[in-house]
Design a protein around this ligand. Sequence first.
Ligand SMILES: [Zn+2]
Length: 78
Amino acid sequence: MQKPEAHKPRMNRHMIWAENEDFTGWCCSHCLWGLIAPRLETTVAALAFNRVAQEGFDKHACLSGVQAETRISPPYLS
Ligand SMILES: [Zn+2]
């Protein structure tokens, strides 16, 4: 018996690890979703953060076209 997984759109999106002086954390390959990583001093902390990031990533709905419509300037980029 298979459950229809309507809440899980099959998209090619995936998490991308970004690391530069303005932003360190996970981004979405398809939209502007992002999660800034706190200072992760231990492997345990990093693994916990990655799990939270994965859950948040799974739940977020990609806003298609958001990049083309408006350029969002998060505070950390200013
Ligand atoms: Zn997305």
